[in-house]
Design a protein around this ligand. Structure first.
Ligand SMILES: [Zn+2]
Length: 163
């Protein structure tokens, strides 16, 4: 309870927080108030808390530790699928992995809720941010794209990033 009170106090005071952006590696200073989910708070790449969180989870799923995007190793044997990923990180993922960014309404097209049969079981990771909440939440088709057997899909190192 005391910790919640402290956080509330930090929010109200505009306490300054220092952080290193895991998208570009730049050191930043911001206030708690500014660090809202969708605010562009990195002074260099303009990434948001949402995007930095997404790439943090991807790093933890793939490598088991927090690695800044510029330091991601090149592992072309890892196959990844993006669904409307932003250029902010998609180009780096394409450089490091066997990764394809796709889109619902233009090429290269991919409907994650109705993946073609040939795409099932092909990917080591799937990144999907702000896509599934617009789709039917009770379907499991995004997970069917992963190449790991069902028993391994819910535990690393293979993972799906649905944010
Ligand atoms: Zn940045």
């Amino acid at each position: 309870m005391a910790q919640v009170h402290q956080r509330s106090s930090d929010l109200e005071s505009g306490r300054v927080v220092e952080f290193v952006c895991n998208i570009c590696g730049k050191a930043n200073r911001s206030t708690f108030l500014e660090l809202a989910r969708e605010n562009a708070t990195c002074s260099s790449c303009r990434s948001t808390v949402r995007t930095r969180s997404l790439l943090r989870v991807l790093s933890l799923e793939l490598f088991g530790l927090e690695v800044c995007l510029p330091d991601f190793p090149r592992v072309k044997s890892l196959r990844g699928l993006g669904t409307s990923d932003t250029a902010l990180y998609a180009s780096v993922l394409a450089d490091r992995f066997n990764y394809t960014n796709t889109f619902y309404d233009f090429a290269p097209r991919f409907d994650i809720m109705n993946p073609p049969q040939g795409e099932l079981g092909r990917y080591d990771f799937v990144v999907s941010s702000e896509v599934l909440e617009r789709s039917a939440p009770d379907r499991d088709s995004p997970r069917e794209c992963l190449r790991a057997p069902e028993t391994e899909r819910r535990a690393g190192p293979y993972g799906a990033i649905f944010h």
